[in-house]
Write a protein that binds this ligand. Structure first.
Ligand code: SF4
Ligand code: SF4
Length: 167
């Protein structure tokens, strides 16, 4: 069992949310929404809801990355629906979306990139991989990815956010 599956089995992890606490959820680009729709043969309204991000939360997003002004324009966010305190796509065995259809932030987490394109870790006490990894290198290995792979995904996200209607 990989570390993320183990994390889900323990009812912790990045796809679970404490009731009502959706603040940390990212906004999705239209490109990502369309990709899920076409892959899963779902209407957007089946898995997306719209809300307004609080100003202080938006400031936190902006501190992390100015890209969020495009992903959450005017603080208006299209985000994944939450059912029973978890993402609508979370099933007992983990995410039910094929990897290629998952939102970029799901595939990047718990990593991100700073303004200088340096890899950073989004610290969370709920992330089992972080709990068990003593270094960034071991965290990459635990998640099963590489910095180069993550940077490619991040660049794709930048492109998707800047060209929201492009497919
Ligand atoms: S990335 Fe971390 S928090 Fe998310 S499922 Fe994997 S181990 Fe859990
Ligand atoms: S889409 Fe999949 S990986 Fe992303 S939050 Fe939902 S269940 Fe988790």
């Amino acid at each position: 069992m990989n570390i993320c599956a183990e994390c889900h089995k323990k009812n912790r992890g990045c796809c679970q949310l404490i009731a009502g606490n959706t603040d940390s959820m990212h906004g999705l680009s239209q490109y990502e929404i369309d990709r899920i729709s076409s892959t899963m043969k779902l209407n957007e309204s089946d898995f997306i809801c719209h809300d307004t991000v609080k100003p202080e939360v938006m400031n936190g997003f902006r501190k992390l990355d100015s890209l969020f002004d495009k992903l959450i324009p005017q603080r208006e966010r299209a985000r994944l629906k939450i059912i029973d305190n978890a993402c609508v796509f979370l099933k007992p065995d983990g995410c039910s979306l094929p990897m290629e259809a998952r939102p970029y932030y799901c595939r990047l987490y718990p990593f991100w990139f700073n303004r200088d394109s340096h890899l950073i870790v989004i610290r969370s006490r709920f992330c089992l991989a972080q709990e068990q990894s003593l270094s960034v290198v071991s965290l990459l290995e635990a998640i099963g990815t590489t910095e180069a792979e993550l940077l490619t995904l991040y660049r794709e996200l930048q492109h998707a956010a800047g060209n929201p209607k492009e497919s």
